[in-house]
Design a protein. Structure first.
Length: 154
């Protein structure tokens, strides 16, 4: 039996696509605008970090508050190293940093597609899959932070 375009095969009956592209409603546009308003200045700041740092124009929010590095401590320098294309330094400063950098670029691309094209792409996952993804992310962040605290001797 042949399957016509747009028709589900007998093996995929009931299967829903994982990646969905739909018209961007007001909520998607607000989320995209907010993410863009946060991500673009952050990426500009990290791009200029090595020029700003010797002039005393950088900040460390985690260490200023408690004198203990926070879970994101080192992320700024990792992004700065990624702008220079130095993956080795980026990973040595913050192992999850290159992944976070790639995610930031992806967020900007997604936000621009929502705002300019009026289309939103999203991944359809079950509640169990979202929970597993969140658990993996939290565990990775905690392991990264623990390694940093042990490395610094805190």
């Amino acid at each position: 039996m042949s399957v016509r375009p747009g028709q589900l095969s007998e093996h995929s009956a009931g299967a829903r696509p994982r990646i969905v592209v739909s018209a961007a409603n007001h909520d998607y546009r607000v989320i995209a605008g907010t993410l863009l308003a946060l991500a673009v200045p952050w990426l500009i700041y990290t791009r200029l970090y090595f020029w700003l740092q010797p002039r005393g124009l950088t900040f460390s929010s985690g260490l200023m508050a408690s004198n203990i590095p926070g879970p994101a401590c080192g992320l700024t320098r990792t992004f700065a190293w990624m702008w220079r294309g130095d993956l080795q330094h980026a990973v040595s400063v913050y192992p999850l940093g290159p992944l976070a950098f790639a995610a930031a670029i992806g967020i900007i691309i997604w936000s621009l597609s929502v705002l300019v094209l009026g289309r939103a792409a999203w991944v359809r996952l079950s509640r169990r899959e979202w929970t597993a993804l969140a658990a993996v992310a939290v565990i990775a962040l905690l392991l990264n932070w623990t390694a940093k605290l042990l490395w610094l001797g805190m």
